[in-house]
Design a protein around this ligand. Structure first.
Ligand code: ZN
Length: 238
């Protein structure tokens, strides 16, 4: 069990999607002080950056007790990441990615960089834990989402900063159905409603149609995962 004295504060990697919103609710349930961090890295669409502000607003409104614990939201401009990971600039690499079976949405080493920047902010803000929504169950293709990758990064950051840095990934072994279930446990219907209406997951940034599971194109891999997880969750709830 974590020492609540030592680990009473957390910095959540918060993108405005379903997973990081569930992680934020998890952190607000467990810790006294919670701050959030988001990264602007030239994503194909800016929907995520807009949604994350809406989600924070809705959480403050629907959960006043969580709102009291919710501190600053840090947004870091990592434009350079978008520039150097652009596969059209590095065609040879694009071909080798295709061979490895990873989707073209993969930004190499993204989570390593995100956690390193988050650790720098956490150090300055005296926040003890870093929380991220990475998961091996649904996204086993992304090597920087793996449990061992993040455990090794935790050791590197702790050594490199000479303070205990703890990376917590509450969704690591959950599938999407279980992630919906966790959200319900943490914040009931009010949190489910925020996740459905305010969070964003669709790769294409489509927010034209509200489905039972949220907005999205209903065709890209992210929509497919989110909707099938939601349908399984609803079947189990019936
Ligand atoms: Zn989609």
């Amino acid at each position: 069990m974590l020492n609540s004295e030592i680990n009473s504060s957390a910095l959540v990697l918060f993108s405005g999607g379903q997973d990081s919103t569930t992680c934020l609710a998890w952190a607000l349930t467990h810790f006294d002080k919670v701050e959030t961090i988001g990264f602007n890295y030239g994503q194909r669409h800016q929907v995520e950056m807009t949604c994350r502000k809406e989600v924070l607003k809705s959480i403050r409104k629907s959960f006043p007790n969580w709102g009291e614990k919710l501190g600053d939201d840090h947004v870091l401009d990592l434009d350079i990441l978008g520039k150097i990971s652009d596969t059209s600039l590095t065609q040879d690499k694009a071909i080798s990615f295709a061979k490895s079976g990873l989707p073209n949405t993969f930004v190499p080493g993204r989570n390593l960089l995100f956690f390193t920047f988050a650790a720098t902010i956490a150090y300055r803000r005296s926040l003890k834990l870093l929380v991220g929504g990475m998961c091996e169950t649904d996204y086993s293709g992304y090597p920087d989402c793996r449990d061992n990758t993040l455990k090794s990064l935790q050791v590197s950051l702790s050594l490199g900063m000479d303070v205990p840095v703890v990376i917590d990934t509450p969704l690591m072994w959950l599938d999407k159905r279980a992630t919906w279930e966790l959200a319900k446990e943490l914040g009931g219907e009010a949190l489910l409603s925020i996740i459905v209406k305010d969070t964003h997951t669709c790769y294409l940034g489509d927010r034209t149609t509200l489905h039972s599971w949220g907005y999205g194109c209903n065709q890209c891999p992210a929509c497919e995962l989110r909707s099938s997880g939601f349908l399984k969750f609803m079947q189990k709830s019936d």
